[in-house]
Design a protein around this ligand. Structure first.
Ligand code: GLU
Length: 510
């Protein structure tokens, strides 16, 4: 068998360390067995997919020294490698399933689906869809289509029995079919869902091993059923342990710095980041911790994959980075790498407008813009909390700033300014005396510095987000209960209640 592996990222956000982690093992696996490794871009979510995110995936993986043999950017024998360019292929394949009676058209309206969901919730059932269109006659289907009724195409999941498949990491998996939904394969706009497109593409691209994160294991029964329905040979599935934050929950941009660019911009070595990621899912014999990708490829043994989630501990990554730096960089290399990182004309040119009229001597340059070159800021409650603010209130402000920037889908200077006004209005607090000082402190670790918004722009989206998250954590975080309350208030755009000083100021209930 020719080994062929792939990563299939969706270009819907900043390039995630989890993508590098999964890509690494797909690469190592293919290289060890003399096979090929490819990238497929899963951009069927038309609303959320953006070309810039796709470009950033390539940029980030290249920075990590991860190279692929086939992909949208370089082509290959099984292209196109971008799903939005393969729509006719999915159409042909769905017709085949319909003909075989393995899939069916479902005409449920949004209102019907809502009713079914509510009913299912009440009766404690898992599945929201009651399969009411599964057994229509051909004539009934034709009549509805003639009337122009909109439909999706669903997979006919067996009503009894169980799904069994081998996972080469986790062993035999058995799932009763009663726990599996009649998955939508083609949406009403004619676009395929991830499940359908991924299986068709994995088959046509001759993927031998599907190596991906644990979060997809619950989808595997649907995928297995699709392979069987087409009469195709199943690939070997390998579900890798997830990356976990130090709170034991899945690494998420809502709580952790997850963008590969964050690690690049904070001055980590890509070799060390990759080495660290490999430790998350695999252990070398003798618990060896520092090695190159080439060493890993040579020594690779699939039975040494980890089975449970691994903690992505940034302190350990820093430790490993230092070990790498000492062992692999000469002083001259270090100088070159530092220059390439931030001590170069390109970066300094961005900073000049901030410092030009603000320094008396060159010696004050670093005093003014130190925060662009350091990772650990001297946070304190005194620094982060404006007068009369509790630490939690300051954290709430930062949380809403993050939400506002995410909603704007932009973290540039202008968007941050807009966000800070929006949040001041939301809480009915002072923009200048309360919101801006919190942002200043979180971004710069000091009370005064160069202009706030332009500074954040240069610091970059990923480091700015990380500083907001770190500040929130430093302030003691936001409890789940408060977070729910804040979310509800944010949706209603009414957050005064979080800053009322005493009960007599409670708004009168209407
Ligand atoms: N598009 C999916 C993702 O974004 C791919 C999952 C898979 O590897 O099958 O992670």
């Amino acid at each position: 068998m020719t080994v062929r592996t792939r990563i299939a990222p969706s270009p819907t956000g900043e390039p995630h360390v989890g993508t590098a982690y999964i890509a690494l093992f797909n690469l190592v696996f293919a290289r060890h067995f003399g096979g090929k490794f490819l990238i497929r871009i899963e951009d069927t979510d038309q609303k959320r997919s953006l070309p810039i995110y796709e470009e950033n995936i390539y940029k980030a993986l290249k920075w990590c020294n991860i190279e692929w043999d086939e992909g949208p950017d370089i082509g290959g024998p099984y292209g196109p490698y971008r799903q939005s360019e393969r729509l006719d292929i999915y159409q042909t394949h769905i017709q085949e399933l319909l003909k075989k009676g393995k899939a069916y058209k479902c005409f449920a309206t949004p209102e019907e689906l809502k009713e079914m969901r509510e009913l299912a919730e009440k009766s404690g059932q898992k599945s929201g869809y009651d399969r009411r269109y599964r057994n229509l006659t051909e004539e009934e289907v034709a009549a509805r289509e003639k009337k122009g009724e909109s439909y999706v195409i669903r997979l006919k999941v067996p009503l009894t029995g169980e799904c069994q498949f081998e996972d080469a990491i986790k062993g035999r998996i058995t799932v009763p079919w009663s726990e599996v939904d009649d998955q939508v394969l083609i949406k009403s706009d004619g676009f395929p869902t991830y499940h359908f497109a991924a299986v068709v593409d994995d088959h046509l691209m001759k993927i031998s091993h599907v190596i991906r994160g644990d979060e997809w294991i619950t989808s595997a029964p649907k995928h297995v059923l699709l392979y069987d329905s087409f009469g195709w040979e199943r690939p070997i599935f390998m579900h890798m342990p997830l990356l976990l934050g130090k709170d034991g929950r899945k690494l998420s941009k809502r709580r952790n710095p997850t963008s590969i660019f964050y690690y690049r911009d904070s001055g980590f070595l890509p070799e060390a980041l990759i080495n660290f990621l490999s430790l998350m899912g695999y252990s070398m014999p003798g618990d060896k911790e520092i090695y190159s990708v080439q060493e890993l490829i040579e020594a690779f043994d699939p039975s040494r994959f980890g089975k449970s989630g691994a903690f992505f501990d940034i302190t350990k990554l820093e430790w490993l980075n230092q070990k790498y730096l000492i062992a692999h960089l000469t002083e001259d290399d270090l100088l070159q790498r530092l220059k390439a990182w931030a001590f170069n004309d390109k970066f300094f040119k961005k900073i000049m407008p901030l410092v030009h009229t603000r320094i008396k001597t060159f010696g004050e340059f670093m005093e003014l813009v130190d925060f662009l070159f350091i990772n650990h800021l001297p946070y304190s409650n005194e620094l982060l909390c404006p007068k009369e603010f509790t630490p939690e209130q300051a954290a709430l402000v930062l949380q809403c700033i993050i939400w506002s920037l995410d909603a704007q889908q932009s973290w540039d200077a202008e968007s941050l300014e807009k966000a800070s006004h929006e949040v001041a209005d939301f809480f009915a607090i002072s923009h200048k005396k309360e919101v801006m000082p919190i942002l200043f402190a979180a971004i710069m670790g000091k009370k005064f510095g160069p202009p706030l918004y332009a500074s954040a722009d240069i610091l970059g989206k990923d480091r700015t987000r990380a500083r907001f998250l770190n500040s929130i954590e430093f302030l003691g975080g936001v409890s789940n209960k408060k977070m729910n309350k804040l979310t509800a208030a944010w949706n209603k755009k009414e957050g005064k209640e979080f800053f009322l000083k005493n009960p007599s100021q409670q708004p009168v209930k209407e």
